[in-house]
Design a protein around this ligand. Structure first.
Ligand code: ADP
Ligand code: MG
Length: 422
């Protein structure tokens, strides 16, 4: 058997890439540069080393690319899968120069990568999504301003930047509400429920006296999300609308197709998500989370400038996954509308599973029991230390019908000691 072709990391000053593909050779994709020159796209970069980066690395490698990961943690899920791992801070100037020289295009798997780092990278290589769009998604107030600009409804809210702000009596109209740090929040962290105006100053101080957004707590029928991919030419495609169940602020279950949402409402959510991507002049994969209110109306919650936990089922249930779309938008490859070939249920696997029954010592969950069920695919992210609330993996159940996928997922949940779902 002959050895597989070896791809070299690009030399400094390699031809910049972008635009439409012209030819594929031995796993290296030729592309037409933005100025029309013929170049070779062989190395992609990703900022961040988490599970989203790991799944991006896998998809990029399937397409024949090498991947460089920039991530300060030497033992990261994406770093372990990458062709090369630059162990450095996201703002490390020499690492960014190295990254821009090694890669023809760089993306991010983590919305809190400093926008300045993306701007520096953009001087030497293609960067998608653009720093400006990532910066909007990093801050809840900027995000809500973008919703308004795109004429997308969101929850009534106010920005609190000082203790005086937090004491304004008119905030009573937003209570009971949720006080959220304007930046760096995830998985329900950096949030606290507030019932009375008198409690606001202490709640604000408890979150570190940083800029916060107070949002009215809405009564939700359910939650959905839409993953869109937008190319540099403005073309957009989207994954099927996902219905999400959160527990303690963390995604627990995603179902596609969304069982409790009409096709008309799904189509409306896609229109709104598409409009947001246009407003941001976005290139890449964008996820928009929506609340479905009891009256059937849609309210945007937040956006992620990257693939999203709720889109993971697309790996096993669609012909093009959200990570394939990320690769395609980065390489300037054609975007085709993903097709759902199987209804699916995704269950998130948090570190709590390793401590079933309140054990102090971690023990491996009974994977054999769930893998004995038909249509179950287990994805573990290679994290060595399980911790409560930490995303360790997910499993996707696909089946011929949504009913069967749900029944099998309920059984899988039961085997693992997870709560069932509606
Ligand atoms: P994170 O960045 O941690 O995902 P979110 O703002 O999405 O933060 O909030 C996490 C979850 O908390 C949401 O998915 C939803 O279940 C609940 N939640 C957040 N804001 C509201 C709200 N205004 N009304 C009702 N529920 C909310
Ligand atoms: Mg969220």
């Amino acid at each position: 058997m002959s050895a597989p072709p070896v791809q070299r990391l690009a030399e400094p000053g390699a031809t910049p890439a972008g635009g439409a593909p012209v030819i594929g050779v031995m796993g290296v994709i030729g592309v037409m540069g933005e100025r029309g020159e013929r170049g070779v796209m062989s190395v992609m970069g990703v900022m961040g080393g988490g599970q989203l980066g790991r799944m991006f690395v896998h998809a990029a490698q399937v397409h024949g690319f090498q991947v460089v990961v920039l991530e300060p943690d030497a033992a990261s899920p994406a770093g372990a899968a990458a062709d090369r791992h630059l162990v450095a801070a996201y703002t490390d100037a020499s690492a960014l120069v190295d990254m821009a020289r090694s890669c023809q295009a760089v993306t991010t798997e983590f919305e809190n990568v400093p926008a300045a780092a993306l701007r520096q990278l953009a001087q030497g290589c293609r960067v998608a999504p653009p720093a400006d769009a990532v910066e909007v998604c990093q801050h809840r107030a900027r995000e809500k301003a973008c919703f308004a600009q795109a004429d997308v409804p969101c929850a009534p809210h106010a920005l609190l930047s000082s203790v005086d702000d937090a004491s304004r009596p008119e905030l009573a109209a937003l209570l009971p509400g949720i006080l959220k740090t304007a930046s760096m929040g995830y998985d329900g962290k950096g949030q606290v429920s507030v019932a009375r105006v008198a409690d606001l100053p202490a709640a604000w101080a408890g979150l570190g006296a940083v800029p916060c957004v107070l949002e009215k707590r809405l009564s939700l029928r359910c939650e959905i999300s839409v993953v869109v991919a937008r190319g540099a030419d403005g073309q957009q495609v989207h994954l099927p609308v996902q219905q999400n169940l959160h527990r303690d602020g963390i995604l627990a279950v995603t179902q596609i197709p969304a069982p409790d949402v009409s096709p008309e409402l799904c189509a409306q959510a896609v229109v709104l998500a598409t409009r947001l991507a246009d407003t941001l002049d976005y290139v890449g994969v964008l996820c928009v989370e929506f609340f479905v209110l009891n009256d059937g109306s849609l309210v945007a919650n937040e956006m992620a400038p990257r693939p999203h936990n709720s889109g993971h089922a697309s790996i096993d249930a669609c012909d093009v996954s959200q990570f394939d779309l990320q690769v395609r938008t980065l390489a300037g490859l054609p975007l085709v509308q993903p097709r759902l070939h199987s209804p699916a249920v995704m269950l998130n696997l948090l570190g709590d599973l390793w401590f079933a029954g309140g054990d102090a010592l971690a023990s491996t969950p009974d994977w054999a029991a769930v893998l004995a069920l038909p249509g179950v695919r287990l994805h573990l992210y290679g994290k060595s230390e399980p911790r409560r609330g930490r995303k360790m993996g997910h499993l996707t159940v696909t089946a011929a019908t949504a009913q069967l996928a749900r029944a099998t997922a309920q059984l899988a949940a039961q085997h693992l000691g997870l709560s069932g779902f509606q």
